[in-house]
Design a protein around this ligand. Structure first.
Ligand code: ZN
Length: 334
């Protein structure tokens, strides 16, 4: 941003910058070429009590993503100068925290703590399996934690930059003799902790439903966590967290396609491309290859883990297709 500061004889600060936000411009700014005596800069009028302005919502939530802050502000401490925090609050600001990503650790409680604090991987929060009232914070919310890796959702990538990562202690899955993956259930108390924690984050940062995701949603070819036993529908129903489809919309789409031979139709190149484009439209990073290749099956599996956990075979069957249509309709990309 280019800022040019001009001091008029009236002592009014004029700001000119290239942003689309409102700026105040003088018709005939007079640029000082020589240093002048310091005139106190007139403070913009802020209707609030005295104190740290970050404690109140200074922006209009209907116009942007600004939300009420906790007031946990990190400021510079430049040698010889004072940083004033309650002088020029900008309405052009929002939170960097725009996603919540859920994981499981594939480790027990003790090992999860050790690995997430002593190695290169980390998360902001760790939810243990114990029936206590504790949730562990490992990284400050204003800092990045290393939980997402190479990741994409809709137009965003590298979601470590913009997310809060939550690791849930869970042993993941074991593969039985037939190759079927048997996942580990989440204890009731643990789900309640996750629900309360995510709810708190969503409210504080005004995080949209489309941005509450599984690690498998943002990295479907690499990750399966938190897996099909994680109760997304329950979080949606009980805590109003994340996305879920409307049953009637799903049924409407299902009725449309049962009249045709879905299994035959779904193996045509045209259908496959359309399905890949729709998965992409919903949020998954998947190219239109016109074949049911490995990456597409893994992406469908990730979708099923989240939205159709009763059967996660990676096949775009009629019900999976109908759920995808209902979700695209309910949560369109802007
Ligand atoms: Zn993960």
């Amino acid at each position: 941003m280019r800022n040019s500061l001009y001091l008029t004889t009236l002592g009014i600060l004029i700001i000119s910058c290239g942003s689309q936000q409102k700026s105040v411009k003088s018709k005939t700014p007079i640029k000082s070429t020589t240093p002048v005596a310091v005139v106190p800069i007139k403070k913009p009028e802020i209707k609030q009590d005295e104190g740290d302005y970050y404690k109140v919502n200074i922006a209009d939530i209907t116009k942007n993503d600004n939300t009420i802050s906790y007031g946990s502000i990190v400021s510079a401490n430049p040698a010889g100068y004072k940083v004033t925090k309650n002088y020029f609050p900008s309405i052009g600001q929002n939170f960097r925290q725009r996603y919540v990503i859920l994981h499981y650790t594939v480790l027990d409680d003790e090992k999860s703590i050790n690995v997430l604090t002593q190695q290169g991987v980390s998360a902001h929060y760790l939810v243990n399996t114990l029936p206590d009232k504790e949730i562990y914070q490992l990284v400050d919310e204003n800092k990045r934690s290393y939980h997402a890796g190479v990741s994409n959702w809709r137009k965003d990538q590298n979601l470590n930059d913009t997310s809060i990562g939550i690791e849930i202690v869970n042993l993941g899955y074991k593969t039985d003799s037939t190759g079927y993956r048997v996942f580990t259930p989440f204890p009731e108390e643990q789900i309640k902790k996750v629900g309360a924690l995510v709810k708190d984050l969503v409210v504080r940062y005004n995080i949209p439903p489309t941005n509450i995701l599984a690690h498998s949603d943002i990295a479907p070819t690499r990750k399966q966590d938190p897996g099909p036993l994680f109760p997304w529908k329950r979080l949606y129903d009980e805590y109003q967290i994340g996305m879920w489809y409307d049953e009637t919309a799903k049924q409407t789409f299902l009725n449309q396609i049962l009249q045709t031979d879905f299994a035959t139709q779904s193996n045509s190149a045209d259908f496959i491309v359309k399905a890949q484009i729709q998965l992409n439209q919903f949020g998954y990073n998947i190219p239109p290859t016109a074949v049911w290749d490995k990456q597409t099956k893994q992406t469908i599996e990730a979708f099923q883990f989240h939205f159709r956990p009763s059967n996660y075979n990676g096949i775009m069957d009629a019900e999976t297709w109908a759920i995808l249509q209902a979700l695209i309709q309910k949560y369109p990309q802007k």
